[in-house]
Write a protein that binds this ligand. Sequence first.
Ligand SMILES: [Zn+2]
Length: 273
Amino acid sequence: MFDELFDEVDEFFNAFDELKANRAFMGSSNKRTRLVAMKEGDHTYAHLERYFHTGWKHPNKPKPEVHRIFKVVFPEQSLQPFREYRTLIDSQLTSTTLKPLPGNESLMFHGTNRRCQIGDEKGNIMLCSLPECFLCSVLRGSYDIAKCGSKNRFKRFGTGIYTSSCSSKADDYVSNIASNSHYRVMLVNRVILGNPCIRKTNAIHLTEPPPGYHSVVGLPGADLNYEETVVYDNDAIRPAFLIVYSHEPEVKPEIHSKAMAFWTTLFSTPLAT
Ligand SMILES: [Zn+2]
């Protein structure tokens, strides 16, 4: 099931070398933003867009349009525990088939609540501090297992951090709360799968992977319709990209505002004088 992911994932991670160039950006502003807009012509952008569309599996959900993609830039002190975890897991992997990348690292989608409008425009990159904006919380400090279940009470594979290679499945969990934005946003994450325990049935009481495994991958067949992947350590995952998409064509602000000006003028003009 991971074959197509493996083919592309190498390309994706080349993007992270560029992040070193963003150190200055991180400096004093790292408390306020994590996002850097990617260029549409960027090779990695194209790969991510294709990965997002390939992962869109639900036949009843039309494929959305990708409007923009941001890199999520974390400070070194946050990435270091992730790298250490990856090295540790990698040292426990014996089969080379399990490690196309160190630690069997993969890219996985995750959808959550967004309370603000971060990502709606290229310049809208400031994190909010609204408690119900789970997206900004993840962008600020990555994932926290202690918060597992705050959005969805049902935990198919127990207490862990849930992602999927199926973007349309992650989309089920994306929601704009208290916002009329017509964009939706989804996180793409670097996830250390290690040796995944493949399951087709629920295991709701898990708090850690079964012995000898580092993650749980649920495959469709019995209890699931679409793939789900769970890790049980905060350092097994870091958000890497934010995809902004919608089912509608891009709204051009200048056209929109011209139209608004027209209607405003029309309705504020007395019909008879
Ligand atoms: Zn927010």
